[in-house]
Ligand binder design. Structure first.
Ligand code: COA
Length: 176
């Protein structure tokens, strides 16, 4: 199967196959208006199962959290849009100079169609004006869809560690 190369666009699968013209995902900056969507995806059973913090967040808590993150210059939150639909979210947080921790989620109805791989292949190269040279992600070893998407986007396994009492795979991608 062909790998989704950067700038190649969306693969001819899933909702794209049913569209009358070629839909390419694009990024837009998240805003407070995306709060309900992000909250819903965060509380989706599969997303909670794969998160290191499985608590169910209330909408108000989630909106406050988003408001703080949107003001934080060390954090960038982006929404992946396909056609007119927001179908994915990526969050990058600076953890060291030029290094960002990456976390993504795809709308439940859009999973397994290549969007997560596209998002991870097209991550922004700066956060708050600071250039990024290395992306880091921590993933539960059993989160196969996530591991596959990260690896297809060029991430490599770098370590195993404990996070909140659970095993985590660390995957990294360096920009040349
Ligand atoms: C993980 C997630 C972001 C991946 O996004 P996605 O759009 O579904 O991923 P993609 O379709 O790009 O790729 C998934 C790949 O995993 C494969 N896959 C999924 N489950 C699999 C399994 N059990 N065994 C083997 N491969 C599997 C898919 O076939 C696909 O590979 P393919 O493109 O070669 O067919 C999405 O599923 C999600 O939001 N999950 C819940 C939240 C989460 O886990 N976030 C990640 C934490 S960092």
């Amino acid at each position: 199967m062909a790998l989704p190369l950067p700038n190649q666009g969306f693969r001819a699968r899933g909702f794209m196959i049913h569209s009358t013209r070629r839909l390419r995902p694009r990024w837009i900056a998240a805003s407070k208006a995306d709060g309900t969507l992000i909250w819903r995806w965060r509380n989706d059973p599969e997303a909670r199962r794969q998160s290191f913090s499985q608590a169910r967040f209330g909408l108000r808590h989630s909106m406050e959290w988003l408001g703080e993150k949107l003001l934080d210059p060390r954090c960038a939150i982006l929404m992946a849009v396909v056609g007119r639909r927001k179908l994915g979210q990526a969050r990058l947080e600076l953890i060291a100079p030029a290094a960002a921790q990456v976390s993504i989620s795809v709308a439940p109805q859009a999973r397994g169609r290549g969007l997560g791989t596209w998002m991870l292949s097209h991550l922004p190269r700066s956060v708050g004006g600071k250039p990024i040279r290395r992306y880091v992600a921590e993933i539960k070893p059993g989160n196969v869809a996530s591991v596959v998407a990260f690896v297809k986007a060029g991430f490599e396994f770098s370590a195993r560690r404990r996070r909140r009492g659970e095993e985590a795979c660390v995957l990294e991608k360096s920009l040349t």
